[in-house]
Design a protein around this ligand. Structure first.
Ligand code: CA
Length: 365
C-alpha cells in the first residue's frame, strides 16, 4: 500500500497520463514503463557557426539552451559553444554527424557541398517568405524531406529561427541595368551568388571580418550581408551609399540539428521539449528581426544612404537565371530535383494567397 501511495504521489508530480491507465486497479508497484526516472540526464555539446555574443542568431540559440535547461528540470543540459571553440564555423555539420559534438546551430546552405538540395532548406532567390517557409516545412512536406536527406548523415534537424527578408546589399554605384552588373565584384554567397554570376557579377566569398575593409578599399564593389539590424553593425553605410531591397534571401531558415543517435536517447517528453523550444526560438527570432530591422532602418535613413530597388528588367533576368540554375542542379542531382519540385509546387499555391492576402493589404496600409 505504501508503494502504491508513493507511486500515485510521484505520478501526480510527474503528471504522466500514461501511468494512470497502467497503474490503477491493483496494488503492485509500478512496472518499469512508468516514467519517474525516464528523463535521464543528458548533456548536449552544441556548437554554432556564429561568433560569441552574435546578435539575434547567436543570442537566439543561447536563449533556446537556457530555456530547455530550465523546462527540462535539469534533465537536459545544453552548453552552447561559439564558432572555433570546439570546431570551426562550418565544421559543425561533420562534427555532429560523427558524434564528436551532439548538436549545432547553423544554416543548411553552408553544406551544399554535401548535397545541392541542402541549399533549399535555407531558402532560395524569389522563394519563400519566412511565413511561407514555415508553412512548407510544417504542411508541405518540407520537414519530411529535410529529415530524410539529413538522416543519411545521422542528423536530425529542426527549425532554427529565420532571418526574415534580407536586403539586396550595399553597392558603391547605382545599378541601372543588367549591363551595370557585368564584372561587378560582390560578396554574395549561395544561390543568390550563382544567379548573379549568370548576369555577369563576380561573386566573392569572404569571412565576415574582411568584408568591410574590402569594400572600403575598393576590392569589392558591393556586398550583401543580412538586413538593417546586422548590416548597420558592419559599418557598410560608410563605404557604399546605395542600399538595395531584397530578392535573394527572402526568408532564410536557420537550422538546429542533433546527432540522431544522441537525439534518440531522449525520452518522448525531452524530445517534445526540444521541438517546442525550437518552435519558440523560431517565432521569437522572427519578432526580434522585425523589431531590430525597423529600428536600424530608421537610423540608416537618417544617413546619406539611398535606399533603392533593382529595376524590373534586372529582377526579371535574375528570376530567369534562378530557373536556369535550378534546371542545371536538377539535372545533376535527384535530391535537388525532388526538393525543388516540392518547394515550387508549394510556392505556386502560396504566392496566390500571399499576393491577395498580405501583399494587397500592405499596398493599402
Ligand atoms: Ca545574406
Amino acid at each position: 500500500m505504501e508503494n502504491r501511495r508513493n507511486f500515485i504521489k510521484k505520478a501526480v508530480i510527474v503528471g504522466a497520463g500514461s501511468v494512470l491507465t497502467s497503474g490503477c486497479g491493483d496494488s503492485k508497484p509500478p512496472s518499469k514503463s512508468v516514467n519517474i526516472n525516464k528523463n535521464k540526464k543528458i548533456r548536449i555539446k552544441l556548437a554554432t557557426s556564429w561568433p560569441s555574443n552574435f546578435p539575434i542568431m547567436g543570442e537566439g540559440i543561447e536563449r533556446f539552451a537556457q530555456r530547455v535547461n530550465t523546462i527540462s528540470g535539469g534533465s537536459i543540459k545544453i552548453k552552447v559553444h561559439p564558432k572555433n571553440v570546439l570546431v570551426p564555423a562550418f565544421g559543425v555539420f561533420d562534427a555532429t554527424s560523427i558524434g564528436a559534438i551532439d548538436a549545432y546551430h547553423s544554416a543548411s546552405y553552408y553544406y551544399k557541398g554535401k548535397n545541392e538540395a541542402f541549399n533549399l532548406f535555407t531558402g532560395f532567390p524569389f522563394g519563400f517568405t519566412a511565413t511561407e517557409m514555415n508553412a512548407w516545412l510544417d504542411f508541405g512536406g518540407g520537414m519530411e524531406l529535410w529529415r530524410e536527406l539529413y538522416d543519411r548523415h545521422n542528423l536530425f534537424p529542426f527549425k532554427g529561427g529565420n532571418t526574415d527578408i534580407q536586403m539586396g546589399g550595399w553597392f558603391k554605384k547605382e545599378i541601372k541595368s543588367v549591363e551595370d552588373l557585368k564584372g561587378l565584384k560582390m560578396r554574395i554567397p549561395g544561390l543568390g551568388g550563382e544567379v548573379f554570376a549568370k548576369l555577369g557579377v563576380k561573386p566573392i566569398q569572404l569571412p565576415a571580418g574582411e568584408i568591410f575593409i574590402s569594400l572600403e578599399r575598393n576590392m569589392l564593389d558591393a556586398t550583401e550581408w543580412l538586413g538593417p539590424s546586422l548590416d548597420i553593425k558592419m559599418g557598410f553605410a560608410k563605404a557604399a551609399k546605395n542600399y538595395y531591397t531584397g530578392w535573394h534571401e527572402p526568408g532564410s531558415m536557420l537550422s538546429l540539428v542533433f546527432n540522431k543517435k544522441k537525439f534518440n536517447k531522449f525520452s518522448d517528453e525531452q524530445k517534445m521539449m526540444i521541438e517546442m523550444a525550437s518552435e519558440e526560438m523560431n517565432a521569437h527570432m522572427a519578432s526580434e528581426f522585425q523589431h531590430a530591422n525597423s529600428k536600424a532602418l530608421t537610423e540608416i535613413k537618417k544617413s546619406d544612404v539611398t535606399i533603392r530597388s533593382f529595376p524590373k528588367p534586372i529582377m526579371e533576368a535574375a528570376k530567369a537565371a534562378m530557373l536556369e540554375v535550378a534546371r542545371e542542379k536538377s539535372a545533376k542531382s535527384e535530391d535537388f530535383k525532388k526538393v525543388w519540385e516540392s518547394a515550387q509546387a508549394f510556392l505556386k499555391e502560396n504566392r496566390e494567397w500571399s499576393d491577395i492576402g498580405m501583399n494587397a493589404y500592405l499596398k493599402v496600409r
